[in-house]
Design a binder for this molecule. Sequence first.
Ligand SMILES: Nc1nc2c(ncn2[C@@H]2O[C@H](COP(=O)(O)OP(=O)(O)OP(=O)(O)O)[C@@H](O)[C@H]2O)c(=O)[nH]1
Ligand SMILES: [Mg+2]
Length: 641
Amino acid sequence: MTVPKHVVVGTAGHIDHGKTSLVKALTGTDTDRLPEEKARGITIDLGFAFLEEPDGLTIEIVDVPGHERFVKNMLAGVGGIDLALLVIAADEGVMPQTREHLAICQLLRIKSGMVALTKTDLAEADWIELVKDDVTRLLDGTFLAGCPIVPVSVKTGQGLPELRQTLARLAAGVSGRATDQTARLPIDRVFTIKGFGTVVTGTLMAGHLAVDDKVEIFPRGIQAKVRGLQVHGHAVSSAQAGQRTAVNLQGVERSAIERGDVLAPAAGLVTTLLVDATLELLADAPRPLKARDRVRFHVGTQEVMARVLLVDRLEVTQGDVTYGRFRLEAPVTALPGDRYVIRSYSPIITIGGGTLLDIAPPRFKRKSGALADHLKLLETASAPKVVEEHLRQAGAAGLRAADLRARVPFGPERLRSLLDELQQAQAITAVDREWYVHREASDRLRSQALALLEAFHVQYPLRGGISREELRSRAGHAQEKVFTQLLAALESGGVVRSERDQVRLTSHTIRLTPEQQRVVDGLEAEFRRAGAAPPGPEEALGRLGVKGTEKHELFQVLVSDGRLLRVKESLFFHAAALQDIRDKVVAHLRERKEIGPTDVKDLLGVSRKYAIPLMEYFDSQRVTVRQGERRVLVDKVKPGA
Ligand SMILES: Nc1nc2c(ncn2[C@@H]2O[C@H](COP(=O)(O)OP(=O)(O)OP(=O)(O)O)[C@@H](O)[C@H]2O)c(=O)[nH]1
Ligand SMILES: [Mg+2]
């Protein structure tokens, strides 16, 4: 196994137990930099130091405050660590923040670590043994069970070499982080450096960053460019997942960014106000967690207020594991798979946490049980099943690959191959290469559209078909692209026919009774004979002994199959007559270059009542174009004239 080059260690433990002193003894760096920290002798905010081991391993250390009021800062620091260094003073033993910090590291699924039993110079040997037993009991059942416990003193130097060796050994066992995922840097510090401008730091959680990359600060939507990168004090051209990284940004003010923001490639992530997650309440939480309780929600380096919504119960009792939905009071940028921690509103203590399952959860009817099933699937199913489930929930609207990318816990390349796989298995269909619909949804839309067509033909046996737009809107306002694809498939399969924006089943034919046929034939003959001076629909129908307007189904038979054409409102011409008129108008224009209302009247032997609508119709058909009171041929108009 190759030794990863960078491992991030986070301190943890009760106030005054010697975390900062230990970091200084190991690295030579005093991480308490603030004047207030110096004055009060306590750590308030995160501190950073590093150790370079001879074999090329760099151990980066995040030193956190132990004070109960600054657990919020501690949380921002330990989100990205590989190893926990739990510091417990030998003279005092296990204290409240020893437990709370351990619980936080446990909730964040930190994989391993060790205990430093500090200030051994202040305790007797047999007392130290008692404290050790106590610590062993505390760690029982946690990720630190059976971990090394190294007694040290920074006063005498006792145990420091062992501690350093132990850290290096643990670091060697840390596996590298995914570099195939979208790069993400949850920001834990923002400052300015004279002559360089804004700098942000954090642990690069995934992917890589390079100088000149275009990045975005989420959830603020601020675009910036990477001007320079530093990894533990050295300028580098690119940084890898797992490294603590300082990013010098171009094009953004220091005041525009805060701890808790996330740096990622432009448009690489999304923000959300609603997340679904697994939810465990700590066994020693002071009271059950009730639906609608207000909590402090921590993910990455962010903290926002949130309301808990429970999926299948009204309250969570201590030690329970269930599913929860969080309605966030400010936008958050995170990915499924991320661990989060919740603290109660008051008193401010850590009470639980879990794994994010969905950062853009679908709306579900509550209490239906379907949400719990959906979340169970996201939590436990294989990667292809998870992708499939998201698409199934998206219904006929489908999902774009870019939106899916922000909703699954694996990188873009993996997602691409999963989508290809699902498509080959015909579980999903591609609307285009960037847009997918679940097979069930497209099948449902298909049967819905066919049922609608059938019903329409039964209701209106004399109509040629339903308008495409009407069909789409009745089919649940199917997404335009998805619907177009469906129609194309149905048409190429010979199931439907589309003509002039009308859709019908191929099997549908208009069957007229002899009486109906007489009226239709009579109407057609009437309009054909009338030529350029057709009767009104009511009048024409009346002559055949039928009462009705152009809306009459027998009149519409001729309209929908194109034998009658509408020129204006209730003015219809026979298609052959209209073609004839058009030929005459065009011939006139070719000869005389222009035509006016009087010319039309003379040419066709009709009144203004027909001449004006006809001229407007030819304009709208882009045969002619109007110039004052006269028309010229469209193809004779010079561009720009
Ligand atoms: N005698 C003795 N004193 C120690 C030892 N380590 C730390 N101290 C003292 O304990 C006090 C607290 O040490 P810090 O390192 O600031 O403790 P901390 O855990 O960083 O405290 P917070 O960051 O505020 O939680 C300081 O006065 C240290 O000098 C040690 O090994 N022996
Ligand atoms: Mg400290």
